[in-house]
Design a binder for this molecule. Structure first.
Ligand SMILES: Cc1cc2nc3c(=O)[nH]c(=O)nc-3n(C[C@H](O)[C@H](O)[C@H](O)COP(=O)(O)OP(=O)(O)OC[C@H]3O[C@@H](n4cnc5c(N)ncnc54)[C@H](O)[C@@H]3O)c2cc1C
Length: 404
């Protein structure tokens, strides 16, 4: 039996689902809005297990959704944190080239950043790098002054508070387990009963492809879970890092390479790597979900990806299982760091969409289908860009689904 009726239901209480719900509550305050989250509180998965960086937008292809929504989103995130008293800092970062063959790519990043509208980017030599980060070493570095840090778990809590304050409903411990599309409404079955709605927005992160299928749509992609593992610098050695020190990323992968991040709490962590996880919510090596594994192995794109990237995948597993190998990767940026300086930190699992041809989807992807909209690829920098992603999704939902 249907419990209640809403104008819009959002599935997923991560930073993206909350960003969407916040935008709906601001733009259409009269709509009856419900957000469903399967965990007992919001922000429990990617949004609460990330690096906490407010990315500047330097990495992304000019004109892409990532580039546009990150640059505007970063400014909006800094303003949001300021307005709501959320701890944050625009500390800047350095991207460091170690080998000569990385120099052209570093300059390409500078050009990309400028094309995306960033200001203040500059290439510096080893001496100036040591003035900014006294323990880092490299041939050249790109200074990115607009990068910042915050805590996205706190941001999620604030989004939720604002949504509730403007009349939206958030149900936690409410897992969507079925979606029925009727002629005049959509019924979402959950572990807390059934709810009817006119419009449905799927922001289920690691399960967004499952929810799409539940709603009768072919998502066209499979979500692959990539675990990112961290070590923490011991408090005595945290002074090795002032702010953020990154390598030049490998353009073949959507990940940035292990780096050092000073958190807003002052703690410094190293990582994350990118290891294929054996469960969608596989935060530890021993987390294995046979259903997740079987669905990965049955997807043709998985084998195509494996054929293309097996060597890199094995290297990631090696660095994951061997602290010495992980530390060697970090020593490229910070030669003084030693195994004893690092203790195991947390981990997060990225939801990365994979196409049947084996390519990893690079840009953000939102796919409307009638009165349902699926958010199928919102990896980093989606936490940074969550306010502007919310706006972009609500624009799409208004145009294609008549939301509002
Ligand atoms: C290791 C790591 C480091 C990162 N670093 C950064 C960074 O520094 N800066 C940055 O901008 N981005 C970063 N990101 C990316 C960023 O965290 C994600 O892009 C963002 O959190 C995605 O938000 P989301 O709401 O889509 O996903 P999630 O936070 O995963 O939220 C999805 C929600 O849907 C819920 N859900 C799933 N299925 C159901 C269901 N059936 N019913 C109800 N609810 C359901 C889940 O419980 C979850 O809470 C990082 C990510 C990781 C993993």
């Amino acid at each position: 039996m249907t419990k209640s009726r809403y104008d819009a239901i959002v599935i997923g209480g991560g930073v993206v689902g909350l960003g969407v719900a916040l935008e709906i509550s601001r733009r259409f305050p009269r709509l009856r809005l419900l957000l469903l989250e399967k965990e007992d509180r919001v922000g429990r998965h990617q949004s609460g297990h990330n690096s906490g960086v407010i990315h500047s937008g330097v990495y992304y292809k000019p004109g892409s959704l990532k580039a546009r929504l990150c640059v505007t989103g970063a400014a909006a995130m800094v303003e949001f944190c300021r307005e709501h008293g959320i701890a944050h800092e625009v500390c800047g970062k350095v991207i460091v080239a170690i080998h000569a063959d990385e120099l052209p790519r570093l300059d390409d990043l500078r050009k990309r950043g400028e094309a995306n509208g960033l200001t203040g980017l500059r290439l510096i030599g080893p001496e100036e790098l040591r003035e900014i980060e006294p323990h880092a070493s490299g041939l050249q570095a790109l200074v990115v002054p607009s990068t910042g840090i915050t805590d996205y778990a706190v941001v999620c809590e604030k989004y939720a508070e604002l949504i509730s304050a403007s009349g939206g409903t958030i149900f936690t411990s409410a897992a969507a387990i079925g979606v029925r599309r009727l002629s005049n409404e959509i019924v979402v079955e959950t572990s807390r009963g059934a709810f009817a709605t006119t419009s449905l927005i799927n922001c289920a992160g690691l399960f967004s492809d499952h929810i799409a299928r539940m709603a009768g749509d072919d998502p066209g992609v499979m979500i692959v879970p990539f675990r990112g593992e961290y070590y923490d610098l011991t408090p005595e050695r945290a002074s090795l890092v002032r702010a953020l020190i990154y390598p030049v990323p490998d353009p073949r992968f959507p990940f940035l390479g292990v780096h050092f991040t000073r958190r807003i709490t002052g703690k410094v962590d190293a990582g994350p790597n990118a290891v294929l996880a054996l469960a969608r919510e596989g935060y530890r090596h021993r987390d294995i979900n046979l259903r997740d594994l079987a669905s990965s192995l049955a997807f043709p794109g998985f084998w195509r990806m494996a054929r293309q990237h097996w060597r890199n995948g094995l290297d990631e597993w090696h660095r994951s299982l061997s602290k010495a190998a992980f530390v060697r990767a970090l020593q490229r940026l910070l030669p003084e760091v030693r195994e004893n300086d690092l203790v195991p930190g947390g981990s997060g699992v990225r939801a990365q969409a994979l196409k049947p041809d084996g390519t990893l989807v690079d840009d953000f992807e939102f796919v409307p289908s009638g009165k349902v909209l699926h958010v199928l690829n919102v990896p980093s920098p989606a936490a940074t860009a969550s306010l502007t992603i919310g706006k972009a999704i609500v624009d799409t939902a208004s145009e294609t689904m008549g939301l509002g």
